[in-house]
Each structure stands twice: as C-alpha cells, then as structure tokens.
Design a protein around this ligand. Sequence first.
Ligand code: NAP
Length: 251
Amino acid sequence: MTTISLVTGASRGLGRNTAISIARHGGDVVLTYRTSAEDAMAVVAEIAALGRKAVALPLDVGDLASFPGFGEQLRDALTTLWNRDNVDHLVNNAGHGVMASISETTEAQFDALFDVHVKGVFFLTQALAPLIADGGRIVNISSGLTRVSFPGFSAYAAAKGAVEILTVYMAREFGSRGITVNTVAPGAIETDFLGGAVRDTPDYNKGFADMTTLGRVGTPDDIGPMVASLLGADNRWMTAQRIEVSGGQTI
Ligand code: NAP
C-alpha cells in the first residue's frame, strides 16, 4: 500500500527536500507551509510530476490554538484525496533558528524557539496522534548543536535538546501502537535557515565545513533522502534513537 507522510515546513529547505525524496521513494505526501502557498504548490507540482499525490495545507507550528482546525483540514484532505482517515508518517521538521549569545538573547526570541520547537512539536503530535496509523513512524528533526556546542545557539540547542527527550518519551508511549519515533539531527546544512548564513557566508561555511570529517557542510540532498529511507519498511525495528546526519561533525 502507498504510504502517506505528513511533513511540516516543507515549502522550503530540508522539509521540501524530504517531501520530494519521499515521493521519489514511492510515497504520497501531505506537506505544510506557513507563509508561501506558492512555494508549497510548487512542491506539490514537483511531487505530481514524479507520479505521486500531494496536498499542501497551511500551518503555523507556533500557533497551538490552530491545531484542532488543522486536524479537521487534514481529515478532509485525507478523505478527498486518498479515501483514508490517517497518515503513516509524521515528520516534525518546521522550525527557525536564532543566533544570539546568552547575554543578548531576548525573552521573545527564547519563547518563540520553545513555542515552535518544543510546545509546537509536543502539542501537534498530541493533536495528530489519533490520525497516525498504528505501525506508523514519527521523525523529529533536531540539530547537531545538541551534541556539539557553538557560541550563539544556547536557546536553540536547548529547544532541540527538549525535542530529543520528547522523542524518547513519544517512542515509549506510542510503542504500544507499533509507532516508532526517532530523532534526525542534521549538522550545518545550506538552506535559508538563519537567513542562509551557512550557505551564503563563506567564513561561516568554512568554519562548519572544517568541523566535519567529510570536509564540507551539508546540502538538503544529504538530509531529505536519508529521512525518506528512515521511513522505509527496512527501518521498522529502530525507535527512540538520535541519528546524527552531519558528515561526521566534530567526531
Ligand atoms: P528553512 O530553509 O529556513 O525552512 C524552514 C521551513 O520551516 C520553512 O518551510 C518554513 O516555512 C517552516 N517554518 C518555520 N517556522 C515555522 C512555523 N512556526 N510553523 C510552520 N512552519 C514553519 O530551514 P531548514 O534548514 O530547512 O530547517 C528545517 C529544520 O531543520 C528546522 O527544524 C531546523 O531547526 C532544522 N535544522 C536545520 C539545520 C541547517 O543547518 N539548515 C541544521 C540542523 C537542523 P515558511 O517558508 O513559511 O517560513
């Protein structure tokens, strides 16, 4: 049976690549976007060109009050497009970064990080749990910065650290339904993240590249296909794990 994967924040960057990679692996996709319906529709079109089905739904992962309404939209889309009432996979990918020292981080920056990456992931997963098929998969996107420190990422890394603990508890509580839950922790990747800092700032790019064993920073193609393969049938016995995908960053 064709699988359906829900990928949050898939209008750009790693989520976009993950959604398209899932389609290349033969799966259908529900993708979410926050600001650009146009970008999201371009991903839907690319997936359609691969011969797979996709739909894009708006979602702000920091807006917890919107989750019941999002669940309704998801149910409607699943019925209309697939004649189903659940998805097989949830990829909690959407998020943003803040680079600020501990002395400079504002409460608003801190709250926004925790609202999206911690409360958002926790309560979206809670809201969608009834819509995830037994035997399904959840992948939570964290960061290499939870293992390796880099000045300016204390609040961001703390939020991602919480995501990794949530992964273990989700694995524990959803295990009785046969649902596996794992963390994927990318290293520095060339996307729009942090205003494209890793991609567009040569010193920054080199600094992170020098930290990796493979001698470069990552690209979305280093992450999306990996997440898609993690969702494949061959990975059914792995759960509660943190998998770092960083080209060997600071090993
Ligand atoms: P990106 O290129 O900036 O894309 C972020 C995506 O998430 C966009 O689709 C964006 O939607 C969406 N998004 C952001 N905040 C959202 C919110 N509150 N609600 C819903 N959607 C939201 O970043 P990326 O590099 O792909 O990052 C994806 C994930 O990987 C994030 O969780 C990030 O922390 C993690 N990560 C990134 C790196 C890296 O170096 N790039 C490394 C480790 C981990 P809009 O277009 O509407 O803004």
